[in-house]
Design a protein. Structure first.
Length: 358
């Protein structure tokens, strides 16, 4: 069961970076830089991290790699150390999210491991059940929910997800231990399927929606979805925060941006023109980093390249030797960094990196 304080924090809205994997040139875990990344997210004011997710590289689970448990363990341990050092009396809740995937036996094992390591939520990815119907999918989710509360996940098919319809999301949101859903199909129709499915479940006021739509981050956070609850009453749904690979970089600038957006939403005033500009700029920056021009082939190397330039990673190395930046991608990253310096947090990182790499 998720603590009431963490559930309330999720509902208010958090910046939750998807945690990358720092490797040495020999493609072994670089523990020093891995810890530095976690310290960076805590110091940036993030409200949680998500580990063992797509940004962490799904291949950590392969026996030849053997990094699933070490990565989860290291992230949780480092978070606890940093929080204890910065605020021994206990401050705002920090949410630990573990990616969980595979068919039911594997998913149950992964959720059990995350539970044992002190994680709060399972970010449940359903791509491995591509041939399952809704009844089978819901039964699978209910089984995993017995181990750990669920953070639903609509992952775009281009990177391993599957199509999930509105009725599935209605039934999924009705599971009592579903706390939040990451909506990341990169598709407005599919995004609406999640929102309307949650509304139809009767738990629209209980399940927090988190954007994972890297092509529409700020737009998602600004949007009000006016709909109707099953009892006929008016229901307004919004995205509370984001769980994003994009927020694995320049995180200290994402935190005040989310706070500003929440203040605008709470005020009911019109969205300022500069925030709409930032919305477009964020999507442009994401295109450079995530490489949609090449079907996201350079997505993970793009994240690594930004972190490498800041010194938070030693290199761009991934678990797959042939995974690299796409042609022209480095120049695109140069372009957006020069065009939008207000999105970049190089100065913040430079001021603290020696301590994070201790």
């Amino acid at each position: 069961m998720l603590s009431p304080s963490k559930q309330a924090a999720l509902a208010r809205g958090l910046v939750i970076p998807a945690h990358p994997l720092a490797l040495t040139e020999a493609r072994r875990l670089d523990e020093r830089h891995q810890r530095a990344l976690t310290r960076y997210y805590v110091a940036s004011g993030a409200g949680g991290i998500a580990a063992a997710v797509h940004t962490t590289q799904f291949a950590i689970r392969e026996p030849r790699v053997g990094l699933h448990r070490p990565v989860l363990e290291l992230a949780a341990e480092t978070v606890r150390e940093e929080l204890a050092a910065s605020d021994p009396g206990g401050g705002d809740p920090f949410v630990l999210v573990a990616g969980v995937l595979g068919r039911t036996e594997q998913a149950l094992a992964e959720a059990s491991l995350a539970y044992d390591l002190g994680y709060d939520l399972a970010l449940l990815q359903l791509g491995a059940l591509g041939d399952a119907d809704d009844d089978e999918l819901v039964a699978h989710c209910e089984r995993v929910a017995e181990v750990l509360p669920l953070f639903g996940f609509y992952l775009q098919p281009a990177v391993g997800g599957r199509r999930l319809g509105r009725d599935f999301w209605r039934r999924f949101a009705a599971i009592p231990s579903v706390v939040a859903i990451k909506v990341a199909p990169f598709d407005r129709y599919a995004t609406l399927d999640v929102v309307l499915g949650v509304a139809a479940s009767g738990r629209g006021r209980d399940v927090a929606l988190y954007t994972g739509n890297d092509d529409a981050i700020v737009f998602d956070l600004l949007t009000r979805f006016s709909t109707v609850a099953p009892d006929g009453s008016s229901l307004e749904l919004r995205f509370s925060g984001g769980l994003l690979g994009h927020w694995a970089v320049w995180t200290s600038k994402a935190v005040p941006l989310l706070q500003r957006i929440k203040a605008i939403v709470a005020s009911g005033e019109s969205v300022p023109a500069d925030v709409l500009e930032i919305a477009v700029q964020t999507t442009d920056a994401n295109a450079a980093i995530f490489d949609p021009a090449n079907r996201f082939a350079g997505c993970i190397p793009g994240i690594h390249e930004v972190l490498r330039r800041q010194g938070l990673m030693a290199g761009r190395w991934t678990l797959e030797a042939d995974e690299e930046l796409s042609p022209g991608q480095s120049a695109e990253i140069d372009r957006v960094m020069a065009a939008y310096p207000h999105l970049v947090d190089d100065d913040f990182v430079a001021a603290h990196i020696d301590d994070w790499l201790r």
